[in-house]
Design a protein around this ligand. Structure first.
Ligand code: ATR
Length: 283
């Protein structure tokens, strides 16, 4: 260890499942940095104290995962993205000030940019499935890119209505049974629900979400990355539609933290993707 070692970590409870050390470790090696990225298992009751001592522990910053994302927002100077999402996943020390952002927004956008370049050119209507925390990041990102009509379909319609309260009239709550009619006008379909995730029920592609109704130019994105190729993405590909997957979003959301802590903007490479895919397949 040298005195110049730059350190960051992921803080969670539990934290063993986090892929962040694999991702950041790959970039540290690739750029030959004198840096380290570690896991910190911190109980909820100890989180505030841990964060207050971040600099003393030698950390330049941290990722924050469950269950600390809301607490992180309250403890740091949060940017617009973190405030809009209502949760922070990335912390960094800026001089003496602890700052926070939510990188899911740019993870979602950068992944679409990489997988479906030009996806928002002339995009008038997007259809978002789900109205939880992930949907807030997606809706905020779509608004940033100027999408003027964002239909939000959710099993619990009141949560979709709450997104309209939060983000304004571009958001149009949509009862779940009305998805089939809405698909015809959707240039982008994004699943932010847990449906389709390993161990969860599937999205009902035969009934609720007849993908054949999407326009031919539509793009389909899924935030689920286990399995890597969800039934939604497989069906979209069979139809010849462009897609963006959840693993891509996970990798792209990691870029900003790395550049904030270590001063280098890393690339999401095929090699990194293969590394994380292999790890997901092994566990
Ligand atoms: P996150 O913060 O990861 O988005 P969340 O806030 O728990 O997680 O949101 C999960 C989303 O998946 C919600 O939109 C949820 O719908 P409800 O708001 O009606 O709960 C959706 N979801 C989860 N299980 C579902 C199911 N079996 N059918 C339909 N939607 C489901």
């Amino acid at each position: 260890m040298t005195r110049d070692l730059r350190k960051a970590c992921v803080i969670g409870w539990p934290v063993a499942h986090s892929r962040s050390p694999l991702i950041h470790g790959y970039w540290i090696a690739r750029h030959g940095l004198a840096a380290a990225y570690t896991r910190e298992a911190v109980r909820p009751e100890d989180f505030a104290g841990f964060v207050a001592g971040l600099a003393e522990r030698g950390y330049a910053g941290a990722n924050v995962t469950l269950p600390h994302k809301e607490a992180a927002l309250a403890l740091a100077a949060a940017d617009d993205r973190a405030l809009a999402v209502g949760a922070a996943n990335t912390l960094w020390l800026d001089g003496g000030v602890l700052r926070a952002t939510n990188t899911d927004v740019e993870g979602f956008l950068a992944n679409l940019d990489a997988g479906a370049p030009g996806w928002n050119d002339g995009l008038r209507t997007a259809l978002v499935l789900g109205a939880g925390g992930a949907a807030r990041a997606v809706v905020f990102g779509l608004k940033e890119r100027g999408v003027s009509r964002i239909l939000v379909a959710n099993r619990t319609l009141a949560r979709a209505a709450a997104l309209r309260e939060r983000f304004g009239p571009a958001v149009v709550p949509l009862p779940w049974p009305e998805i089939p009619q809405a698909l015809g006008e959707a240039g982008l379909l994004v699943n932010t629900t847990s449906l389709g995730m390993t161990g969860q029920p599937p999205l009902d592609l035969a009934g609720d979400i007849p993908l054949e109704r999407l326009p031919e130019s539509a793009v389909v994105a899924d935030i689920v990355y286990a399995p890597l190729e969800t039934a939604l993405l497989a069906a979209a590909k069979r139809r010849g539609l462009r897609t963006a997957d959840g693993l891509g979003m996970l990798l792209h959301q990691a870029v900003r933290g790395f550049s904030l802590w270590f001063g280098v903007t890393p690339q999401v490479t095929g090699e990194l993707r293969a590394l994380v895919e292999a790890d997901l397949a092994a566990k």
